[in-house]
Design a protein. Sequence first.
Length: 129
Amino acid sequence: MDLFDRFLTLVTPIRVILSLFAVFAWTRVVLRFKDKVANAKELGFWSLVWLGFIIIIFIPYKTTFVAHLLGMERGFDAMALIAIVALFYAVYRLYIKMNEAEREITKLVRQVALKLDVINGEKDKTDLK
């Protein structure tokens, strides 16, 4: 098998589509970093995630090594398990952040309501004079 044939077996339509998606997602992270919405740690983390995704796309047999470390037979099973656990963790973190934001909003609304009550109370006193 010559080099061109090996290239054609490596580059399948699904691999090209998934790779283009990974590059697109990575460019979104880079743009958020340039707009100063994401920091360097986030850029580094997501760069590694999308690079790892591309590596897994083109070298899927390497996931078997991870599977064997986890006591599993197939690499896909290991990657699916890791993805599910990571998603559950991400949902948990979002839940915690949402609760923190909700508590902060409640605290601010109370403070604003008390200030408005004080201001309105002072206006009522001046109206009586």
